[in-house]
Ligand binder design. Sequence first.
Ligand SMILES: [Zn+2]
Length: 188
Amino acid sequence: MTNSDAHSLPKIAREYNKILVDNINFKELMKAIRNEDGRKIVANYGLDPKLGKYHRTYCEICGKRVEGNLPVTKCDTCDSSILTIGVLDRIEMIKDKKKTKSPEFRPPYVYQIPLNFIPGIGSKTIDKMLENFGTEMNILHKLSFDDIEATFGTKIARNITQAKEGKFEISARWWRSLRKNLHRLVLY
Ligand SMILES: [Zn+2]
């Protein structure tokens, strides 16, 4: 099973697990985690790692993301090694196997693109959507194209559908000067 911590209130429950149990109690939960008596983790849901804030290494001198073959240990621009090591680079540094080997019962990991990463959807639209449809997960997983289109128009409905179907190419860009992470979703 996969999980993550939440750094702010709106991000709570953005990473979660779908679990098959007979009852909602700790005993059943333990069985599901141990994959016993038919109880199991059915699926894990979470952010595409590429959208994570610390996915790639960042040069503290240049104030930019370091490009190059994994794992990068020096800045490709200024040659500095004063770096914040990204998750992907760190995995490459410490891995002790060439290939990932998962057990056969490993449940699928469903990538989710949060609404605020989807082009054309600003914070005011998100607030209105939550007013209309309750939760972000409801919008991302349960509403149809027509449901969204009826209230928010074709463009927004199309962008959400394309994000859900994995039709956006994701690239992470880190602009430390802005003190926040900017991400770009490009339709391909
Ligand atoms: Zn540099």
